[in-house]
Write a protein that binds this ligand. Structure first.
Ligand SMILES: NC(=O)c1ccc[n+]([C@@H]2O[C@H](COP(=O)([O-])OP(=O)(O)OC[C@H]3O[C@@H](n4cnc5c(N)ncnc54)[C@H](OP(=O)(O)O)[C@@H]3O)[C@@H](O)[C@H]2O)c1
Length: 237
């Protein structure tokens, strides 16, 4: 995909944090972008912060944990832009508690969003991506390879997501669809009710993940970096 001009990306959970950073970068590379959020106003506000050109940006209200929402989202994208070239399955949540404290509600929300949500976004996008010989990028986490205390739900969702993404990479490359999972360490965002602040300067910034996505889309078509671990170059002070 050497020239990204007017290609169309759907970024789930693009209303803030990493997804917003990816949207900004892809727009600057000439792409048209749809972003989603569970909250209509949040999606609209983020879209208008990103661009005032409705030919370039589309705000979508969708909960990735619901297949119907994701089917509607892709239908809206096809009606608005007429094509879909890139899915960035980014929407995710984190609930952290030791297993004896972890609630069933938080377990379910984590798995339904971070794992089943990606399944829903991918299933809804497959047909247009087959047509465009497109690209699927999932945002997993280093927590998809390393486990830690209080992270049973998050670890389960992200270990699952890494496995899911690698398996569909093998399923889909014969159609010319590329699939990559990005596994970031600490990124400055609103994740888990965090408020970005000056002390986050050591972390990866959302635009750095945007740059990785942009680099992947520019990769020579014969080559596929299928799994990328990325971490802050210096540890927290
Ligand atoms: N920040 C980190 O250090 C870090 C590290 C590794 C991986 N990640 C992963 O990066 C991804 C993005 O997280 P972030 O750090 O950017 O967090 P964030 O700032 O909290 O942003 C999360 C985004 O996902 C959306 N979202 C959450 N649940 C959703 C749902 N069910 N349907 C649709 N959208 C939903 C949120 O919008 P609404 O709340 O308005 O719906 C928001 O736009 C997640 O998958 C996370 O696990 C983050």
């Amino acid at each position: 995909m050497n020239d990204l001009t007017n290609k169309v990306a759907y970024i789930t959970g693009g209303s803030k944090g990493i997804g917003f950073g990816i949207a900004k970068k892809l727009l600057s590379s000439g792409m048209r972008v749809a972003i989603s959020s569970r909250n209509k106003d949040a999606a609209k506000k983020a879209a208008s912060d990103l661009s005032d050109d409705s030919k370039k940006i589309l705000a979508i209200e969708s909960d990735v944990s619901l297949m119907k929402d994701e089917q509607n989202a892709v239908e809206k994208i096809m009606n608005h832009f007429g094509q879909l070239d890139v899915l960035v399955a980014n929407a995710g949540v984190g609930h952290f508690a030791a297993i004896d404290e972890l609630t069933e509600k938080d377990w379910k929300e984590t798995i339904d969003t971070n794992l089943t949500g990606v399944f829903n976004s991918v299933k809804a996008s497959i047909d247009p991506l087959k047509k465009s010989k497109g690209y699927i990028i999932t945002i997993a986490s280093l927590a998809g390879a390393n486990f830690f205390e209080t992270a049973s739900a998050y670890n389960a969702s992200k270990f699952g997501l890494v496995g899911f993404t690698q398996a569909i990479m093998l399923d889909l490359r014969k159609y010319g669809i590329k699939v990559t999972t990005i596994m970031p360490g600490s990124v400055t965002s609103y994740f888990n009710n965090h408020e970005p602040n000056d002390a986050d300067a050591w972390k990866i910034q959302p635009e750095d993940i945007g740059q990785i996505v942009d680099d992947l889309l520019h990769m020579h078509p014969r080559t596929l970096p299928s799994k990328i671990e990325v971490r802050p170059s210096m540890p927290a002070k």
